[in-house]
Design a protein around this ligand. Structure first.
Ligand code: ZN
Length: 247
């Protein structure tokens, strides 16, 4: 079973299409770690595609804010503007689907999915200390998380935590990680629609637990086309600009 792991698509259909094109016949089923919508110009298209693919999806903070499950009080004004715009754009049917997304942690096919931290779906996991809490609480060999938009992760064995620097170089499409049981892993596939780890390419992962490998992928997409649609929709210029630099 090869699992396509998507996260933080953020309503960027051009990036999502590039990911599906690159991943083509390399996966059997797909999962999504949340933030389907928010920031980007294509909330209906991205939601429709995930539903069409039957992608098992947990909710992210943007999905909650846009569908009204959570009040977007702690969102900055730029993110909040995108929340309001997305809410007004979404078809009622797609909005209902987003409203009913389950929260993580969710176990499926031997992996655990969370949006933020294992203990709190809205918390960011950046530091080894934050990662350690999740690694100690999750009992699965591999737990996937999103929310930070940074590709990479952590592993844990014999009370020792290791930061994994896995990132395909600019001329490479993917970097493989060999899993070594009983070592446990907390892995972030990176963001499809709004990378923030200084690489503007769309990010995703393909996990194959039978063969004990996880591939971390990056793929280029037509950023200018997305920026054009964002400006047409009058989404905040800061959101338009950051796609280019991946920050
Ligand atoms: Zn996000």
């Amino acid at each position: 079973m090869r699992i396509l792991v998507l996260s933080d698509l953020h309503a960027n259909m051009t990036a999502f299409e590039a990911v599906l094109q690159a991943a083509k016949d390399r996966w059997d089923r797909s999962v999504c770690l949340g933030d389907v919508v928010g920031y980007g110009p294509d909330p209906n298209e991205v939601t429709a595609k995930l539903r069409e693919l039957g992608t098992e999806t947990i909710r992210g903070n943007h999905d909650k804010a846009i569908s009204g499950v959570m009040v977007a009080d702690d969102f900055n004004p730029i993110a909040k503007a995108a929340v309001d715009w997305s809410n007004s754009e979404l078809a009622p049917d797609h909005l209902a689907w987003l409203t009913n997304l389950p929260r993580g942690p969710l176990t499926t096919d031997g992996i655990v999915l969370v949006h933020g931290a294992f203990q709190d779906e809205d918390e960011y996991v950046f530091t080894p200390a934050q990662a350690l809490e999740g690694l100690l609480d999750s009992t699965a060999e591999v737990t996937f998380f999103g929310h930070t938009h940074h590709q990479g992760g952590f592993s844990y064995l014999n009370s020792k935590l290791e930061v994994l620097q896995i990132h395909p170089r600019m001329n490479e499409a993917f970097a493989p990680l060999r899993l070594e049981p009983p070592r446990r892993y907390l892995l972030n596939p990176g963001s499809v629609g709004q990378p923030r780890d200084a690489d503007p390419r769309a990010a995703f992962a393909i996990a194959d637990l039978e063969h004990q490998t996880v591939e971390f992928w990056r793929v280029e997409y037509d950023i200018a086309a997305v920026q054009q649609r964002m400006r047409k929709a009058k989404l905040p210029e800061a959101l338009v600009q950051r796609l280019m630099v991946g920050r």
